[in-house]
Design a protein around this ligand. Structure first.
Ligand code: UN1
Length: 505
């Protein structure tokens, strides 16, 4: 396959145009390099935030919290509404930057910005729905209730693969909840971070919200650690690998801070004999090969019934052979580059380990010779069982295939990995579908029927169990993680009645 790619200079110009339209002035200096996986080359050197900058940002956000927490929640919602309008206006510019820095194809990059718009709409509604409960008191003349209050500074640590949407899930909700935010994005995606943060700054200026309700830090890991260890940061919301979460979680817990963790996934789909195989095929290809396998919700394991395995695998292999790989700005491309040459190396190593463990490569697995960028052919690897490599998350498009005979066996295989983010079953058998969603079915935070594992919409809580970290973001009652609860007992009688019938004096 020959791949025609834009030049680094063309991408630099395109990024510059998008940044200009948004109104970003690049911070001159060094320490951080904007780069593009499309050619694998650097775009701009940028000034990195120092430890003193991080200290100042945390102090400023903590001070702004003093004002923001007493601003009425619907007024806070107005900031997020205006931000959402700016996102709509600059949807195409932001999508360009997502493609340039993360390598997503155009429709997925636009989809990422749409997620940002959707969470803003959701958060605006939420700003009038920060409900507490009234509880029936056992005492006469008493009211028992709970009130939700803003929590403090939220430190958001985000990953390259959803460089802007995951930050926006956290930030839109945190802001309506009365919190302030300090953001440390991935070092791989500084330009989209600057653009998204600048649009929020413009919304802040337009609505008169305190300047420091949001601060951005472009920096390396040391600054992330500073956020993690600072007692003024009430909540750390971190997205990334399980290895990262294993370090962050105990450090934040050690200072009794709160953590919201979105870590690795090792998502599987079960394909039952009754499944609509055409539908399953489409769902599998998007979930496994889409975003070049670099979503935390990417489908990594296919657990297919022995009777339909041959037929499904034949059509999957054919579909994989036809996948257009290449320039993510080209409308016909479905698979863009991996984020780095290192990611390609890890993919090769994982496939080699799978082969050593008895795996057979049915499709893909090679690297295109583009002379620039790491363009991998999505791979399908049939495995004799759930070996060590299958139980790991490799952030690349590798789909391991296992077969099963009984549905119980399929569910056991499905749950027998350390991670618990997303899952799916393709079946037309209602008993199987319901069993998959039941307490003894999928053990993941997301469980789907007749739809793949990736591409969740805003509105539902997003997150997973086990080594995925337990956090929930973006929808349902995820807002509660960004607030503190106070239980209030109010005595409006003239008698002091003690609970539990205690008598005293
Ligand atoms: C991620 O990969 O970190 O469900 C987030 C999805 C997207 C979000 C993925 N809405 O695939």
């Amino acid at each position: 396959m020959t791949v025609t790619l834009p030049t680094t200079q063309e991408l630099r110009d395109r990024a510059r145009t998008a940044l200009d339209r948004v109104g970003v002035t690049l911070p001159d200096g060094d320490g951080v390099r904007a780069r593009t996986p499309i050619t694998g080359e650097d775009l701009f050197p940028l000034r990195a935030s120092t430890s003193a900058d991080a200290e100042a940002a945390i102090a400023a956000a903590a001070e702004a919290f003093g004002t923001w927490r007493t601003t009425p929640a619907p007024v806070r919602g107005e900031l997020v509404r205006v931000f959402g309008e700016l996102l709509r206006e600059h949807k195409s510019d932001l999508a360009d930057l997502v493609t340039i820095e993360a390598g997503k194809i155009r429709s997925e990059a636009l989809g990422e910005v749409q997620e940002m718009i959707d969470i803003c709409d959701f958060a605006v509604g939420q700003s009038r729905q920060l409900y507490g409960r009234t509880i029936a008191s056992e005492r006469p003349g008493h009211r028992l209730a709970e009130t939700w209050h803003p929590l403090g500074v939220v430190g958001v640590i985000s990953a390259f693969n959803f460089p802007a949407a995951v930050w926006s899930w956290n930030t839109a909700i945190a802001l309506v909840c009365g919190d302030t935010v300090v953001w440390k994005p991935s070092e791989l995606t500084p330009l989209i971070s600057l653009a998204a943060s600048h649009l929020l700054d413009r919304a802040i200026a337009a609505t008169g919200a305190p300047n420091d309700v949001h601060r951005l830090l472009l920096a390396d890991r040391a600054v992330g650690e500073q956020l993690v260890d600072d007692p003024r940061v009430a909540l750390i919301s971190a997205t990334g690998s399980t290895r990262m979460g294993r370090e962050v979680g105990p450090r934040v817990a050690g200072r009794f801070g709160r953590c919201l963790l979105e870590l690795g996934g090792n998502n599987a789909a079960i394909v039952a004999p009754s499944a609509d195989l055409d539908l399953a095929l489409q769902g599998i290809v998007f979930a496994a090969a889409g975003t070049a396998g670099q979503r935390c919700t990417t489908l990594r394991r296919l657990i297919v019934h022995r009777d339909v395995a041959g037929k499904l695998l034949d059509s999957l292999v054919t579909a994989y052979r036809r996948l257009p790989i290449g320039d993510p700005f080209d409308d016909t491309t479905l698979v863009g580059p991996l984020i780095s040459a290192n990611a390609a190396k890890r993919m090769r190593e994982a496939i080699a380990q799978a082969q050593a463990e008895g795996g057979e490569v049915l499709a893909g697995g090679g690297l295109l010779d583009t002379g620039a960028g790491a363009y991998a052919e999505p791979a399908i690897v049939r495995m004799p069982g759930q070996t060590a490599i299958v139980r790991e998350e490799t952030f690349a498009p590798i789909l391991y295939v296992l077969t099963y005979d009984t549905f119980d066996e399929a569910i056991a295989l499905h749950n027998d990995v350390p991670q618990g983010l997303s899952s799916a079953v393709f079946t037309r058998d209602q008993q199987e579908a319901e069993r998959f969603l039941a307490a003894d079915g999928s053990d993941c935070g997301i469980a789907n029927v007749n739809i793949g594992t990736s591409g969740a919409e805003i509105g539902g809580a997003f997150g997973g169990e086990k080594e995925t970290g337990g956090g929930r973001e973006s929808g349902s009652d995820a807002w509660r993680a960004y607030m503190r609860r106070a239980t209030n007992t109010v005595n409006y009688s003239s008698t002091l009645t003690l609970a539990q019938n205690v008598s005293f004096l």
